[in-house]
Ligand binder design. Structure first.
Ligand SMILES: Cc1cc2nc3c(=O)[nH]c(=O)nc-3n(C[C@H](O)[C@H](O)[C@H](O)COP(=O)(O)OP(=O)(O)OC[C@H]3O[C@@H](n4cnc5c(N)ncnc54)[C@H](O)[C@@H]3O)c2cc1C
Length: 516
């Protein structure tokens, strides 16, 4: 077995957290970084497919890659999937991400700020914001609020002011309070409770405000407001131009340009620990070659649920283990639809469209009073996503993971198939020309989208520490560590915490004060 020792930092996993941490350490600290990734490609849960990325990908490769990205699988397609690939040229004419992959905070996203600090720029196509379905039309939330009775309008302003004055530190007292309970504790106005409840669900990627952490949502909303990306005025969204995978590529470029190395098809099989210090890793390449590589710092980017595969549980204190066991990743039903042309026209065509209750889902066995349904004409926001004037639409419904509170949505195939039919029913009713414009569509179920737990769960101070509690020189990063913020935006912030812990320096200064 060969060994090599000339790296300063080894990063296990080329997900967003690993790549951002590696890029900062390589470029700003001059560290020799080695990133080891088990998959054939970098990016982890952020992957893009299509003509700018991998136009010749086969159906088998696509399915395999989806499985590696958040345990995603195709659960329905109309017409059959091979026809979508061959007749409609899915990977020749379109760009699809693993999911819908919205960028929280749009151009002011925290990982975009980190990229800027590293001399790079992430191409972002902002949406015109959040449009809410009422009386058969999509409207901005602020317009909906303007149609309320005067008392509700005033109450909304009071509630907005009240929450905006809660500091980040104070918000932690609400980490394990559900958002519905928080709202009901500060107002009796049903309009206001519904309004903020919907925003909280939308931000948290969950279906019901009783499962959203009030602390997380207060921090996220206040950050959006301070960044000038007011959710209630429709701000705060966007997609990465050309596909979300561009983000992984950009941070990987920084690592390579700074003398670092990224090896794919390289699975870490063990973190080597001596005298309670991490000293290296063992890895197995796809070729079968096994190797031990040493470095004084090891950063783990693989989701902690799988940490047991590479770090014996003797190094997991009881409390750390419990934190891992109590994490229930977000899950969802994602739709990818090809239309001959955009179906939602006018000024709002670049919006994030949301329906409080997808008609018919109130009859289904789901958490909440029916499912929130959202969609976007992604190619209207980012024209690279579809060629020839066609329209790529992405859709989203949250599915609750299996958890101690009894939810089984993610494993309920019958429920998922019914939801898909209800999505088509909604579109046919909303847009009478639907069948003339529709060309193809398929849906995936993603079992493991990101680590933000449902509430009350492993949020706030119950997230995982970035420094391993019992093994020196071992650090963690990614969407499950002690960061806050929505998914990939939170991953960027988490990387700053990890690098800060490794170097003893405050790297939060790379981003604007409102995001620290
Ligand atoms: C379908 C879907 C939709 C999503 N939608 C959004 C969205 O709209 N907005 C948003 O902000 N976020 C979204 N997310 C979440 C976001 O993509 C993730 O939060 C983020 O990418 C996670 O990054 P990470 O650094 O935690 O690591 P991961 O992406 O989990 O990366 C971990 C890496 O470690 C590698 N690895 C695992 N084991 C080993 C091993 N033994 N050796 C070497 N390498 C290993 C994996 O292959 C992987 O590359 C979505 C995710 C999915 C799946």
């Amino acid at each position: 077995m060969a060994t090599a020792n000339n790296y300063d930092v080894i990063i296990i996993g080329a997900g967003l957290g690993g790549l951002i941490s590696g890029a900062i350490l390589a470029k700003m600290e001059g560290k020799k970084v080695l990133v080891l990734e088990k998959n054939p490609d970098i990016g982890g849960k952020i992957m893009s497919y299509g003509y700018l990325h991998n136009p010749d990908i086969t159906e088998g490769e696509y399915r395999k890659s989806l499985a590696a990205c958040g345990h995603s699988s195709i659960v329905h397609s109309e017409p059959a999937f091979p026809e979508i690939m061959e007749k409609h040229g899915l990977f020749k004419n379109y760009i699809v991400d693993t999911g819908w992959h919205q960028m929280s905070l749009g151009p002011r996203n925290r990982f975009a700020q980190i990229a800027n600090a590293l001399g790079k720029s992430i191409p972002i196509s902002p949406t015109v914001g959040f449009l809410y379905h009422q009386d058969g039309k999509f409207m901005q939330l602020s317009d909906i609020a303007n149609s309320w009775p005067k008392e509700s309008q005033q109450e909304r302003k009071r509630v907005a002011k009240y929450t905006s004055l809660i500091s980040k530190e104070q918000s932690h007292q609400y980490d394990h309070v559900d958002y519905q309970a928080f709202l009901e504790s500060i107002t009796n106005d049903k309009n206001v409770i519904d309004y903020y409840g919907l925003m909280g669900c939308y931000s948290g990627g969950l279906n019901c405000p009783t499962t959203v952490s009030a602390g997380e949502i207060i921090r996220v909303n206040n950050m959006n407001n301070m960044a000038g990306m007011h959710f209630q005025k429709g701000g705060g969204g966007g997609v990465v131009t050309g596909g979300f995978k561009m983000v992984a590529n950009i941070f990987a470029d920084v690592i390579r340009e700074s003398g670092g190395e990224i090896r794919t098809n390289s699975r870490v099989t063990e973190i080597v620990v001596k005298d309670r210090k991490a000293v290296g890793v063992r890895l197995k390449e796809d070729s079968g070659v096994e190797q031990e590589i040493n470095a004084p710092v090891i950063i783990n980017n693989i989701p902690p649920r799988y940490l047991g595969n590479i770090l014996p549980q003797t190094y997991w204190p009881m409390e750390f283990k419990q934190r891992i066991e109590n994490q229930f990743p977000l899950a969802g039903l994602l739709g990818f639809i090809g239309l001959k042309e955009p179906i939602e026209k006018g000024d709002g065509r670049k919006g994030d469209f949301s329906i409080r209750q997808l008609p018919g889902t109130e009859e289904l066995d789901v958490i909440g009073e029916g499912s929130i349904f959202s969609f976007e004409q992604t190619s209207e926001v980012d024209p690279t996503r579809a060629k020839n004037g066609k329209c790529l639409m992405n859709t989203w419904i949250s599915l609750y993971p299996k958890n101690p509170f009894g939810a089984t949505e993610i494993t309920n195939d019958e429920l998922i198939q019914k939801m898909i039919q209800l999505i088509y029913d909604f579109f046919r009713k909303q847009y009478p020309q639907w069948d003339d414009v529709y060309e193809w569509g398929y849906f995936t179920r993603a079992k493991d989208m990101y680590g933000m737990s449902i509430c009350p769960g492993q949020l706030g101070e119950r997230r995982l520490p970035v420094k391993h509690p019992t093994v020196e020189n071992l650090y963690h990063t990614g969407d499950t560590v002690a960061q806050w913020g929505i998914a990939s935006d939170g991953v960027g912030y988490g990387a700053l915490l990890t690098v800060g812990e490794v170097t003893g320096k405050d790297y939060k200064s790379l981003i604007a004060p409102w995001g620290r």
